[in-house]
Design a binder for this molecule. Structure first.
Ligand code: NDP
Length: 459
């Protein structure tokens, strides 16, 4: 019988890989994890965690201004980027360290090295040959740059976390999660911000009402939006950048950020030597059990480009560990995953959009748009909340919940549980609200705003 150095080798020490490695070792497997850059991966080091700290920082400026309406007499002496960066970096270092310790504590062998395939059971790990019975690719993704002249002059999301100062004028390309979150940070900390995106509305894939409300919120914060446009060239003039747009516009900026999606980290991994197949964009192709084209090699997390969210990656890593080594075969559920965009105010959503639900059958739509109590006093622009339920007409099950408004991410987690359990509109209605909150609106949406999908169903 062939003997391997490890039962499981995980390439990548991010959210997915660390959870998988730790739980597998807990089940008694001999596990190794290799990480070439930083433990904790994108989320901890150049993603969710430092981003959220900076979003929090960005909120304080406006809150300090709001405070006057509540009787506070505060003086704002401006923002200290260096102090924020130091606090952020200390927290990131602490969390990254915890990830490393979690593995050691679980008895996992860690390699601070790049691992590449030599063949389907053998890896080169920082110059050392290591064999494993099963191998899991959990190498994540990397920011994508547009292939235009001068692209090297632009920054990507990783770079926000090493900037020494706030750029005075930023041009953010794209209008997905990262673009609007970065725009929120840069604007909230005092910069001038323009967004350039190729669609008429930002945040493709989100509910249309939310997208429209997002435009209002972004403009309300003083951002300039350039829809239906893409950059075609970036040039440097003295100490600033000039960006030519597809609609012939020219924009001047001190920093340009490509927030134009992410690409799976599969280049140079030697996947061809192992026979692992990827799609045209480079993401590893897997089946519903996360098995690649080679049965003992799996892939999880952003490298498969399915639902690119940390909690999804950890859930999948955990389920795979239980399946392979815990005598508990199971799959993580990709349905009804709640998610948030940390713009200001944040967006949170779970389940189907109105458009997607209406494709399946007739739906009742409930929408509420209102100014939260805090802002009837503060009078701050762009703070209106929007809450929306998409309800199946036949079963009365709530198929989707969407919110743009303060605390939406905190609220949506609980709504996600209800929707996952198949709650009906009547279940929402008989729930007593917490008063006075914005959240109570989800259980007091009495009057149907409209129906949708009726015509499609009739066809
Ligand atoms: P997204 O896919 O969300 O957005 C990419 C943006 O880039 C879109 O506006 C897209 O336009 C635009 N774009 C892509 N290619 C081009 C092109 N060739 N020319 C012009 N514009 C282009 O990616 P992000 O990088 O923002 O985020 C990656 C993923 O990371 C997210 O999908 C999400 O899963 C995860 N994430 C989650 C966060 C959270 O949970 N809060 C935060 C950040 C990231 P179009 O829509 O027209 O295609």
């Amino acid at each position: 019988m062939t003997t391997y150095d490890f039962d499981l080798f995980v390439i990548g020490g991010g959210s997915a890989g660390v959870r998988l490695g730790r739980i597998s070792a807990g089940h008694g497997a001999r596990v190794a994890v290799a990480e070439e850059r930083f433990w904790g991966g994108t989320c901890v080091n150049v993603g969710c965690v430092p981003k959220k700290i900076m979003v929090n920082a960005a909120e304080y400026g406006a809150w300090a201004e709001d405070a006057a309406a509540f009787g506070w007499n505060l003086e704002n002496h401006g923002h200290d980027w260096g102090r924020l960066a130091a606090a952020r970096d200390a927290e990131v270092a602490r969390l990254s360290g915890i990830y490393g310790k979690l593995l050691a504590g679980a008895g996992v062998t860690s390699f601070d090295a790049r691992a590449t395939f030599i063949d389907a059971h053998t890896l080169d790990v920082g110059g050392q040959r290591v064999t494993a019975e099963r191998i899991v690719i959990a190498t994540g993704g990397t920011p994508h740059r547009l292939d235009i002249p001068g692209q090297e002059l632009a920054l990507v999301s990783d770079d926000l976390f090493t900037l020494k100062a706030l750029p005075r004028r930023s041009l953010v390309i794209g209008a997905g999660y990262i673009a609007v979150e970065f725009a929120t940070i840069l604007r909230g900390l005092g910069g001038e911000v323009e967004l350039v995106y190729r669609a008429p509305t930002p945040l493709r894939g989100f509910d249309e009402d939310i997208r429209t409300a997002a435009v209002e919120a972004l403009v309300g914060q003083g951002m300039v939006l350039n829809p239906d446009a893409s950059p075609v060239r970036i040039g440097k003039v003295e100490d600033h950048l000039m960006v030519t747009l597809s609609n012939s516009g020219i924009r001047e900026a001190d920093a340009v950020f490509f927030c134009t999606g992410r690409t799976a980290n599969t280049q140079g991994l030697g996947l061809d030597k192992a026979g692992v197949r990827t799609d045209a964009a480079g993401a590893v192709i897997v089946d519903d059990d996360h098995r690649t084209s080679i049965p003992h090699i799996y892939a999880i997390g952003d490298v498969i480009d399915r639902v690119n969210l940390t909690p999804m990656a950890t859930a999948v890593g955990h389920a795979l560990a239980d399946t392979l080594f815990g005598n508990n075969p199971r799959r993580a559920n990709y349905e009804n995953v709640a998610t948030a965009v940390f713009m200001s105010p944040p967006i949170a959503t779970v389940g189907l959009t109105e458009t997607d639900a209406a494709r399946i059958g007739p739906v009742d739509i409930y929408v509420s748009r209102f100014t939260p109590l805090r802002h009837t006093i503060s009078k701050r622009e762009g703070r209106k909340a929007l809450m929306k339920l998409v309800v199946c007409q036949r079963t009365q099950k709530v198929l989707g919940a969407h919110m743009l408004g303060e605390d939406s991410a905190e609220i949506m987690q609980g709504i996600g549980i209800a929707i996952g359990m198949g709650a009906t509109k009547q279940d929402f209605d008989r729930t007593i609200g917490i008063h006075p909150t914005a959240a109570e609106e989800f259980v007091t949406l009495r009057t149907r705003t409209r129906e949708a999908g009726v015509a499609q169903a009739a066809q």
